[in-house]
Design a binder for this molecule. Sequence first.
Ligand SMILES: NC(=O)c1ccc[n+]([C@@H]2O[C@H](COP(=O)([O-])OP(=O)(O)OC[C@H]3O[C@@H](n4cnc5c(N)ncnc54)[C@H](OP(=O)(O)O)[C@@H]3O)[C@@H](O)[C@H]2O)c1
Length: 324
Amino acid sequence: MRAWLCENPIGVDALQWKSLDTPEPGPNEVLIAVKAASLNFPDLLIVQNKYQMKPPLPFVPGAEYAGVVEAVGANVKHLVAGQSVACLSGTGGFGTHVVAPAALCVPLPPNFPLVDAAAFIMTYATSHHALIDRAALKSGETVLLLGAAGGVGTAAIQIAKAVGATVIAAASTDAKCAACTQLGADHVINYTTENLRDRLKELTQGQGPNVVYDPVGGDIAEAALRSIAWRGRYLVVGFAAGPIPALPWNLVLLKGASLVGVFWGEFAKRQPKDNAAMMGELIIWYLQGKIKPHIDATLPMSELKHAFQRMGQRDVVGKLVMVN
Ligand SMILES: NC(=O)c1ccc[n+]([C@@H]2O[C@H](COP(=O)([O-])OP(=O)(O)OC[C@H]3O[C@@H](n4cnc5c(N)ncnc54)[C@H](OP(=O)(O)O)[C@@H]3O)[C@@H](O)[C@H]2O)c1
């Protein structure tokens, strides 16, 4: 097998495309031939030692992937060789093969495209958990999505529309804003060229958005919080811009607002039944055509460094997927 090996987590440049022995699955594991693996922002952080999870070295990055089971461990009952699965195991996906815990593998319905399957779990689960579980977003409410053209952002557009909310998508370029409109956003704001607060006032008749979904952090966060509606919910999803905002708490008081943390991975661990029910609903929505990952590009696995470069330069709409 071949895989991108991280022996020293000092950044993307240090990754090496290496030949390795193909591992045998342990009793509760399966060996998967990876067909597709998508990039998520945490993949970029983990190879720089900037992510909360720090795997033992060396490791193969690639949190999320889909492929075909080639061998199953002695205790594995629910999967067989030849079965297509999607898996989010945190590492291992950026290679030709991976050994994964069987319990983390989601058997796929027949004909589920493997590129979509590899680009599904992290973004849709995060955005569903954030908008529906944590913010209780309802039909008729308005949600502001920051970084709306990114991975979790594009999933959030579709999920917010699926529950009947009005979506204001905010992004850094006109091309990204146009993509958000195509994905179903009702309104768009280019936060590089337009004043976020003025535009939000215009679009919400001075009321502000009921929910703010923020995977970006940085400077834009304070303007978004200042604009939130009475009893609004501000979802802290991530800090793609780098700096973790330090916001004046009086803004929360003045709006009777809630600052709500979102940590989907921990939710999945602590509330596995709730997470499974949520994934079930997402798969039904996919099969009904309500949601579908927006794939910016599929690239050969060997071009991972180029893909990481594009993600780091904010040059991706939706998801990049590496394929074998
Ligand atoms: N809390 C959770 O459970 C959870 C789960 C998954 C992901 N996340 C977090 O959510 C965030 C987004 O993840 P993602 O996979 O959707 O990433 P992504 O596809 O790269 O999207 C991130 C967006 O952030 C914006 N951005 C602003 N400044 C940036 C910068 N300096 N570098 C890169 N992007 C920048 C970009 O939009 P514009 O160019 O339009 O500004 C970009 O589209 C990350 O912080 C990730 O760690 C959290």
